[in-house]
Design a protein around this ligand. Structure first.
Ligand SMILES: *[C@@H]1O[C@H](CO)[C@@H](O)[C@H](O)[C@H]1NC(C)=O
Ligand SMILES: *[C@@H]1O[C@H](CO)[C@@H](O)[C@H](O)[C@H]1NC(C)=O
Ligand SMILES: *[C@@H]1O[C@H](CO)[C@@H](O)[C@H](O)[C@H]1NC(C)=O
Ligand SMILES: *[C@@H]1O[C@H](CO)[C@@H](O)[C@H](O)[C@H]1NC(C)=O
Ligand SMILES: *[C@@H]1O[C@H](CO)[C@@H](O)[C@H](O)[C@H]1NC(C)=O
Ligand SMILES: *[C@@H]1O[C@H](CO)[C@@H](O)[C@H](O)[C@H]1NC(C)=O
Length: 652
């Protein structure tokens, strides 16, 4: 009986007057240790889904599959930087249409648990905080820093009034709202900040809404993460001692419902580390244990989706997350039910009636095959058209925030002050290349510097030779004390003993240039092309393909694979699909949703290859396949990964 959806209940109200409509309410019952919805005892079995990681056209499909698994709620994060990319310029349209997502969830029959931030972690760029906050160099993020608070107040003053009509008591699907995220894991421990946020949320959303916090299930995390008027919940994964974990919640909340806000049904990946796999049997077993206690649970993730464009985050010590956020979740990155999905559905069926009806099938995939790619200009050839705002000059290098750039690439250019006849170290002594720098001298690629990994390369060149350093932001740190992650050259480069100076910097707007078709074919070389080198200049490549005729239901989803390419970025019909880095893995293919493809015109693939394409002596291919590969290196159980992310694991 999901007739009580907003639209319907409004209609009934209009037709029959107030007699038929009991007021909608959602609250915490401290006496009976449960939630209460419309006066009835209520328990949620929820799954996490991030609208920012799924194309809008697929929201309904994914939510319906979640509903059919037996869930009665979904939990979602709101990434602030996704909606306010530049100060006071808000975007809630298309794939960012959060109100539409809430409506679809409600139409499908799901309640919503809203994680409104401002900080979200989420393996998302800078944990959802906008990079422009770093224009104040010494800003203390996630604290009472007045400039941070002013930005938060302005954002929440926009966001929360938009959310208010979607609260359950106002006819919408939102039953509760999370404030901040795992604040107890952050070093600032600023209670005034949490108090301020709580007041702000109350001011905009009213006194009735359930506000909550969540933290790792350890008493030490709850210390700085919980505060009066935020209902404290905990996060823990399979393998934890469920009794002990909920005792931790009870230490902060002696009464009220038990809630695991992040039950880890899978785990995250990093470039260069094996793909994470969490066993289905274990996920099912511990879900059963949690449900048997009568607790509420949210499975993180139920569908991971994709870090399109430049939206992935990174962990410290610096390790960026790949484009796929599959997460080994019950629904795959492409939204397909896995064995884990059915195992979870079976566990849920012991506690709650599974809806009747078919589960929407797997979305079909199509192998469009190989696409021939042709080389266009290099970044150096195209720098004028890529740099809309023109170059900026400075004695010492400026960072991305100094240049008002959040994502992507900045080209730093200077000249060699002296002749380097013998190999001379070009270095970043303070480890200030954030995060990778593609170095060339007089238009010849000479090496790559990389944060934490390669701080020095040897170069040769004449005095006055042009030195170009293309610096890539590979994703800002989203967790821990290093979230103030300035990008670009954040400290000086040295050549031998000298600090390099006299820089010219080009902020590159590659998305715009691709969308406006500004990147041209390369001039044919006057002489024979040079022999293939170990490394080549960062350059664009293009190709196109037509959706075949006569096959029903095309276009379909597909995966793009770049055999023998090394590292770079892909655009499909101008949409920034994400990063590829098959030589580092574990991800080898990128998910391409059908919604990006056209039957009306040839589909355009643009690739920016940063290190060396397999085409130096002629054409080369990318390939569209129907099978994903995101585990090219051997799988590892997530327990083996130490570091800051083991916080929630209390092993039994
Ligand atoms: C807003 O976001 C949508 C979805 O990503 C995008 O298509 C659109 O271009 C954005 N609008 C502006 C003004 O940036
Ligand atoms: C789980 O924790 C409870 C409460 O702390 C404890 O009594 C029990 O022995 C633990 N179980 C195991 C298997 O360690
Ligand atoms: C640079 O060259 C010097 C001298 O030839 C050598 O000792 C050093 O190992 C080289 N460094 C790198 C990073 O290649
Ligand atoms: C670069 O070196 C100069 C001269 O020592 C110094 O003043 C400046 O602060 C340095 N810049 C950075 C970003 O470290
Ligand atoms: C691909 O590029 C061509 C040439 O610019 C253009 O005519 C065509 O519309 C593009 N295809 C799509 C699907 O945008
Ligand atoms: C990768 O995943 C596929 C599909 O689940 C599986 O068949 C294969 O064995 C996995 N490969 C590795 C190296 O784990």
């Amino acid at each position: 009986m999901s007739l009580l959806r907003a639209g319907n209940s409004l209609l009934l109200l209009l037709l029959f007057g107030p007699a038929l409509s009991a007021p909608r309410s959602f609250s915490i019952d401290y006496k009976n240790d449960c939630f209460r919805k419309d006066g009835e005892e209520f328990r949620y079995i929820s799954g996490e889904i991030h609208y920012s990681r799924i194309p809008r056209v697929y929201w309904k499909d994914r939510l319906l599959k979640m509903y059919m698994a037996g869930l009665n709620a979904v939990q979602t994060y709101i990434p602030w930087n996704f909606h306010e990319e530049s100060p006071v310029q808000y975007n809630f349209s298309g794939d960012r249409d959060l109100p539409h997502f809430l409506k679809v969830a409600q139409d499908v029959g799901l309640l919503v648990i809203l994680r409104a931030g401002p900080y979200i972690c989420a393996e998302w760029e800078m944990g959802g905080l906008p990079a422009w906050l770093l224009k104040k160099k010494d800003i203390v993020l996630r604290s009472s820093d007045p400039d941070y608070i002013a930005a938060v107040d302005r954002w929440m003053g926009k966001l929360l009034p938009m959310m208010k009509p979607y609260l359950y008591q106002n006819g919408g699907p939102i039953i509760s709202v999370q404030v901040e995220n795992e604040y107890g894991s952050y070093s600032a421990c600023d209670y005034n900040y949490l108090r301020h946020l709580t007041k702000l949320f109350r001011f905009h959303l009213g006194n009735e809404v359930v506000l909550f916090s969540t933290d790792g299930a350890g008493v030490s995390y709850l210390k700085c993460g919980t505060i009066q008027d935020l209902y404290a919940t905990v996060d823990f994964g399979p393998g934890a001692n469920v009794t002990a974990a909920f005792e931790v919640q009870r230490s902060a909340e002696p009464h009220g419902p038990l809630v695991n806000s992040e039950y880890y049904s899978g785990w995250l990946d990093h470039w260069g580390s094996p793909h994470s796999v969490v066993s289905t049997a274990k996920v099912a077993k511990y879900l059963n244990k949690i449900l048997a206690t009568g607790a509420n649970v949210n499975m993180y993730m139920f569908i991971g989706g994709t870090n399109f464009g430049f939206w992935n985050g990174a962990n410290a010590p610096y390790a960026a997350q790949p484009t796929s956020y599959d997460y080994n979740a019950p629904l795959s990155e492409a939204g397909d039910p896995t064995d884990k999905y059915f195992a979870i559905q079976e566990v849920i069926s012991m506690y709650r009636k599974i809806p009747d009806g078919p589960i929407p099938p797997k979305t079909p995939k199509y192998a469009y095959g190989a696409v021939k790619m042709t080389k266009l200009q290099t970044i150096l050839d195209a720098v004028e058209v890529l740099s809309f705002s023109g170059p900026v000059k400075s004695i010492y290098p400026l960072t991305f925030p100094d240049l008002n750039q959040a994502f992507g690439f900045v080209l730093y250019r200077t000249n060699l002050p002296v002749a380097c006849n013998t190999p001379t170290p070009l270095s970043s002594p303070l480890n200030g290349v954030h995060d990778r720098a593609y170095v060339s001298i007089d238009g010849v690629a000479v090496g790559i510097l990389e944060r934490n990994k390669v701080l020095s390369i040897n170069v040769t060149g004449k005095a006055g030779s042009q030195l170009d350093v293309l610096v890539e932001n590979t994703g800002r740190i989203n967790y821990g004390r290093d979230i103030n992650d300035f990008k670009g050259l954040v400290s000086n480069l040295t050549l031998g003993k000298d600090i390099l100076n006299g820089w010219t910097m080009f902020s590159l707007s590659i998305d715009d240039a691709i969308n406006q078709g500004l990147i041209q074919a390369k001039e044919p070389p006057l002489s024979a092309p040079p022999p293939p080198a170990a490394l080549s200049l960062p350059a664009f490549y293009t190709g196109s393909f037509i959706i075949p005729d006569g096959i029903p239901d095309l276009p379909q989803d597909t995966y793009i694979k770049l055999p023998k390419w090394r590292k770079g970025q892909i655009w499909i019909n101008g949409f920034n699909l994400g990063r590829y880095w098959p030589v580092r893995g574990p991800q080898v293919t990128l998910f391409v949703p059908a919604s990006l493809l056209s039957t009306a015109a040839p589909n355009n693939v643009t690739v920016l290859e940063l290190e060396g394409a397999p085409c130096s002596s002629g054409p080369c291919n990318v390939e569209f396949t129907d099978t994903p590969i995101i585990n090219a290196t051997a799988p590892a159980h997530y327990k083996q990964r130490l570091g800051p992310f083991t916080r929630e694991i209390l092993l039994d």
